[in-house]
Design a protein around this ligand. Structure first.
Ligand SMILES: [Zn+2]
Length: 336
């Protein structure tokens, strides 16, 4: 295993340890978001004020608290991984102590909050808006829509994209396209036998069965969304901790900045990810500590740049006059 691969596995393992905690926080948020009191929500829906309804759900104090908890978990993750990386750096003779309130750490958390986390938040708001709009369009009354939001399988926690997937799943069941339903990777497999039986008998599902299957599908999508969020946020936290540790090492005079080089390491799980695959080739000599990488999406400081991104940045010291090993990544991928 090359040093770059070893470094990557290390960061990915640290991220894997954070992932369940972040996933748990996301799921808790999805549970906390639905309003406990629906009278105001019904009034807004009756007035056709969709944005007002979305704000009512997301801007309540419980919702804000849930978001704060996620942010705190991310910050805690970055701090924890930073401590591990500090120990790793000691092994290569770099003795750096990163205080919990280091400007570099605070900056990483703030950047994440302003970019990836904000995006997730906006997607969830858009998802709720889409849910309400489609339900109203289907002729469901404002009161029933509000009750459904509060229910045990609340659709809060889905993106607009997820909501459309759920709707098309429901449509497939309603229109008797069971083969389509059976091809959904996230369907609840406990319904498979019933669906297969209907393929041969031609007997339609009852509305209650359709509701139950759709609800189960929706629950799985929320779990999938939580997984994607946690996976991406965790690897981001690990990469951020790494970057912050090296920044601090430079600040503390442990390493001259011009000897620090960063290389984008594409994750093996991502071999088919068209977004990241060309990046090592676009930056064959790596970049400096505060220099962005050239990526197909423009200049980026590092991963993550898309959901489920598992790439890492390998940071190393390259002393002047010492011959470098070939840049990592560039031999493993062929570039046009
Ligand atoms: Zn990637």
């Amino acid at each position: 295993m090359s040093p770059a691969e070893r470094a990557q596995r290390r960061l990915q393992a640290l991220a894997d340890a954070l992932e369940p905690r972040l996933r748990d926080r996301f799921l808790r948020m999805a549970r906390v978001l639905p309003p406990d009191e629906i009278a105001d929500l019904v009034r807004l829906l009756e007035a056709g004020d969709l944005d007002g309804a979305v704000s009512l759900v997301f801007d309540r104090s419980q919702a804000t608290q849930a978001l704060t908890t996620i942010r705190a978990e991310f910050a805690r993750g970055v701090a924890e991984v930073t401590q591990r990386i500090q120990r790793d750096l000691t092994l290569v003779g770099i003795r750096v102590i990163v205080p919990i309130s280091s400007p570099a750490l605070i900056e990483r958390v703030r950047t994440w909050e302003d970019t990836a986390f904000r995006r997730v938040n906006e997607e969830l708001r858009a998802g709720l808006r889409e849910t309400i709009a489609t339900e109203l369009q289907r002729g469901i009354g404002p009161r029933q829509v509000a009750v459904a939001l509060k229910g045990p399988i609340s659709p809060v926690g889905l993106t607009a994209y997820d909501v459309r997937i759920v709707q098309s799943f429901r449509a497939a069941l309603e229109e008797g396209r069971y083969r389509d339903a059976l091809q959904r990777a996230l369907r609840d497999r406990r319904s498979d036998r019933s669906l297969v039986a209907r393929l041969t008998s031609g007997k339609p599902l009852t509305p209650k069965q359709i509701d139950q299957m759709t609800a189960a599908y929706q629950r799985k999508l929320v779990a999938f969304r939580a997984e994607t969020f946690a996976r991406t946020a965790a690897i981001q936290a690990a990469n951020d901790a790494n970057q912050a540790s090296w920044l601090e090492a430079v600040e503390q005079g442990q390493v001259p900045e011009d000897e620090v080089r960063r290389y984008w390491i594409v994750s093996e799980d991502e071999r088919l990810c068209a977004t990241c695959a060309p990046i090592p080739g676009l930056n064959p000599d790596g970049v400096g500590l505060r220099q962005p990488f050239i990526t197909p999406l423009g200049l980026r400081m590092g991963p993550t740049i898309h959901p489920n991104d598992r790439c890492t940045v390998w940071i190393r010291r390259e002393r002047a006059g010492v011959r470098r090993a070939p840049a990592p990544g560039s031999t493993r991928f062929v570039f046009a």
